[in-house]
Design a protein around this ligand. Structure first.
Ligand code: IPD
Ligand code: CA
Ligand code: CA
Ligand code: CA
Length: 260
């Protein structure tokens, strides 16, 4: 019953994104000139929330543009109507709808759909993860030195010691490939499906990672915060990996670069 609503909501949002990609649309900015929001973000969000409310009028909803619909419920839907808005605004087809469902504080289901690549990632707690209905698994790489990583950067520069640029530089100086796709939800799903071996980012919001978090865990991977503690989507930093490189990746991020 939750799965039906989740799939329907994800497709409803994606349909809006696809429709707007073919048209002119308005783009505005939030705090920071490059922190964009488009008409399509709002249209996708509206369509998603309509579906969820139709099925579960009493559930709690947390959505990037609309904020919170606070209700006294054990269930909370965490929605990113477009993850990868800057890509979308530039008509780069690397963006998605991302929706996670939490029950009593635990993620129980998640879906991430990029309609432009027709890639639908889904996971349900204890049932594994899938891409277009086929099981997916994390990679088997064992060393950071031979890994392909992905990361993202916040809209405003984080001027802190050991911040995003310092960590990025550490890998690049050693010739380790680190990609930057512009959609944290897709980054996470591409770790889940073994395309990347690890992902880290310093500052995400709950809606960026909620769905991808359970998709990686169900694909056999590991997700923590930047210190290595259990992950919660309600704190900013994230490290996600195939599990095998996780401890080593954490050390690199902390600044303890091994001799390679
Ligand atoms: C952003 C993307 C990006 C990440 C940013 C997010 P949005 O989400 O996930 O990859 O680096 O931190 O804010 O704004 O496109 O939904
Ligand atoms: Ca996002
Ligand atoms: Ca978004
Ligand atoms: Ca945004």
């Amino acid at each position: 019953m939750f799965k039906d609503a989740l799939l329907q909501a994800t497709h409803a949002g994606a349909e809006e994104i696809r429709r707007f990609m073919e048209m002119e649309f308005k783009i505005s900015n939030k705090e920071g000139i490059n922190n964009l929001v488009t008409e399509a973000d709002h249209a996708s969000e509206k369509a998603i929330i309509e579906v969820i409310k139709e099925h579960f009028p009493d559930h709690y909803i947390l959505s990037e543009e609309a904020g919170e619909i606070v209700q006294d419920s054990e269930y909370k839907w965490i929605i990113d109507p477009i993850d990868g808005t800057v890509n979308f605004a530039n008509r780069i087809p690397l963006c998605c709808v991302s929706i996670g469902l939490e029950h009593n504080g635990q993620m129980i289901m998640g879906a991430v759909y990029n309609p432009f690549m027709n890639e639908f990632f889904f996971a349900e707690r204890g049932q594994g993860a899938t891409l277009n209905n086929k099981p997916i698994f994390v990679s088997k790489k064992e060393k950071v030195a031979t890994s392909c990583l992905v990361t993202g950067f916040p809209y405003t520069y984080l001027d802190e010691p050991n911040g995003p640029l310092q960590v990025f530089e550490r890998f690049i100086r050693r010739g380790i490939p680190v990609r930057r796709l512009g959609s944290a939800a897709i980054d996470l799903c591409w770790v889940a499906s073994g395309r990347f071996d690890g992902f880290y980012e310093h500052k995400l919001q709950a809606w960026d990672s909620a769905a991808g978090f359970i998709i990686i865990e169900e694909a056999g991977g590991k997700v923590t915060n930047l210190k290595g503690d259990p992950y919660s989507p309600y704190q900013p930093g994230i490290v996600a990996s195939n599990g095998f490189i996780h401890d080593e990746l954490l050390e690199w991020i902390k600044g303890n670069v091994p001799a390679i």
